[in-house]
Ligand binder design. Sequence first.
Ligand SMILES: Nc1ncnc2c1ncn2[C@@H]1O[C@H](COP(=O)(O)OP(=O)(O)OP(=O)(O)O)[C@@H](O)[C@H]1O
Ligand SMILES: [Mg+2]
Length: 394
Amino acid sequence: MRNPYAPGAGQRPPELAGRDREVRQFEVVLERVAAGRPERSLVLSGLRGVGKTVLLNALRSLALGRAWGTGKVEARPDRSIRLPLAQALHAASRELTPRHRDPERVDDFLGVLKAFALETTVKDRKGVRWRPPYDVPATRGRADSGDLELDLTELFTAAGELARDLGVGVAVFVDEMQDIQSAELAALCGACHEISQRGVAFVVVGAGLPHLPTALSASKSYAERLFRYVSVDRLDRDAADRALTVPAQTEDVEFESAALDALHDVTDGYPYFVQAFGKATWDVAPRSPICADDVKVAAPEAEAELAVGFFGSRYERATPAEREYMRAMAELGAERADRPVPTADVAALLGRKPQSLSPARDGLIKKGLVYAAERGSVAFTVPHFGAFLRSQHA
Ligand SMILES: Nc1ncnc2c1ncn2[C@@H]1O[C@H](COP(=O)(O)OP(=O)(O)OP(=O)(O)O)[C@@H](O)[C@H]1O
Ligand SMILES: [Mg+2]
């Protein structure tokens, strides 16, 4: 019952280890933007399970703690971001409007938001349009041109101005940003570019898979200068140890150093694995301090959990052709420590023409299982996925 560890997508870890630098950087961004100084928006990228969502949420809490207006969007493939963004800005405005002293300014913003939201042709799950739940009429001719870049610029500016009245800003957090269609990604970049030039108190913080920076650059050539790219990676040894020991200490439990060595061997510092192995080890350990043998006994349990919850659930999303493609990648990866594999080698191994494999490759990229790494090569987005597939095969 007292087990403190939290394996699971987006689960807040008991100790956010190894992210101090990113947190401090964002504090500076918040200060500067609120003061009307130029700042770049932040884009976090990294493999599955490294803690992007958790970090994004932590940054959002930071903004909330400074009384900023905040909203969050999770991008989905084949879905426009107009409606989710409208809803995110509505959430942000609800954090700001109760404190605002000028009802006319508030209504002005709500009118723009409604105009933007009603322009959307996207229906929500029940098949009806989302109607912003307030009486202020839509402001005709603002943020409703249908040109997403212009409309976003107008909406973000209006939101930023409302926040500036209160001496704060608005931050919108976009998770799974790589899933935004390229035309919309270009529009979002364009809007960010425009508002940063105007010193609007508005920031976009994105998170996504390792190819997100490339996707952004492909959508707008200046994206490289527009965002500060932060690569979210596995935890170094120190941080990985702290992720395990700090939560244990609050429960008066210690780890022997041999146990931490053993845990590091199996987790490789990947946050998801740290939580999964930490949880299983805690459950089998009869007493404090936790020792290396406890880790050994717990490992099969943790691996079985990961096989179902982390690897299996993703593998099952793939079609037979896509699975064949991934198995070939895994086989090739065995001799190269699962570094990116040239697509030509995958084709050669399967005895197929590279073009005939494009649908499988594209499908895997769309499902977020694989990403296009350096020119002409692919890699798994899920750490240790190659090893998992090889063990299944064996
Ligand atoms: N800094 C950290 N210290 C300790 N544990 C962490 C840290 N960051 C994340 N975790 C843990 O790692 C797991 C995965 O986190 P999260 O879901 O944020 O990853 P992600 O990068 O968003 O993955 P995905 O790409 O699948 O969405 C969670 O169980 C979380 O508690
Ligand atoms: Mg995530």
